[in-house]
Design a protein around this ligand. Sequence first.
Ligand SMILES: C[S@@+](CC[C@H](N)C(=O)[O-])C[C@H]1O[C@@H](n2cnc3c(N)ncnc32)[C@H](O)[C@@H]1O
Length: 229
Amino acid sequence: MRDALGECRTVLNVGAGAGSYEPVDRYVVAVEPSRSMRAQRPQGAAPAVDATAERLPFDEESFDAAMAVMTVHQWQDVTQGLKELQRVARDAVVVMTLDAPALRDFWLTDYIPEVVDVEVTRFPPIELIARVLGGKGWAVDVAPVPVPRDCTDGFGEAFYARPEAFLDPTIRRATSGLVLSPPAAVERGIERLREDLASGVWDKEYGLLRALPQRRGAIRLITATRIQR
Ligand SMILES: C[S@@+](CC[C@H](N)C(=O)[O-])C[C@H]1O[C@@H](n2cnc3c(N)ncnc32)[C@H](O)[C@@H]1O
């Protein structure tokens, strides 16, 4: 994210939530429509405006860059929101999101394939985001985001090397793909995982992942850079 923002000094963070991944080394304004999310922003965090991506209350090219992390799937109108980010950004738009079909490469979906079905309906296709951002005068790059083995953020793929984590209901409750999948399917899959961990089947099949320092999974960083006005 820092690399993608490059030299940009002023940044609009749209769908900012409590401010995770928000740069602290630049001038930032946040946009966040949820009062409860705004209330969770730590003291000293960038000021948050009550607005939505689809209708940003800023003039053209007000910021060097606009960013949106794990939020486009919640917008009412993704195309309109992305166009708004490009309207207010002078040089770059950076979007982090999930390439839902790529979750098929994650071993958890061998146990609970329903997670992919759920996420494919929730997340806009990467091709759509790239197409909208890749209009005249903009160049778009899509890159997978490597996730470290000891990632402290508790999203599903963060536990690629720590399968035992999914036996913990607290961890399952923090993974929306599992929360939104049919409970019976999740229960069935987790029971099979529990058995496979106890018998060594999981380690035989996927055990090499325990030593993999980082993994490129389904998270994508889409960077649009203005190449001409
Ligand atoms: C999963 S959270 C991510 C928050 C933060 N970007 C992060 O990575 O931790 C998604 C956020 O998008 C916000 N959101 C939902 N609809 C939105 C919209 N139309 N425009 C802007 N933000 C929106 C939600 O209120 C929520 O705070």
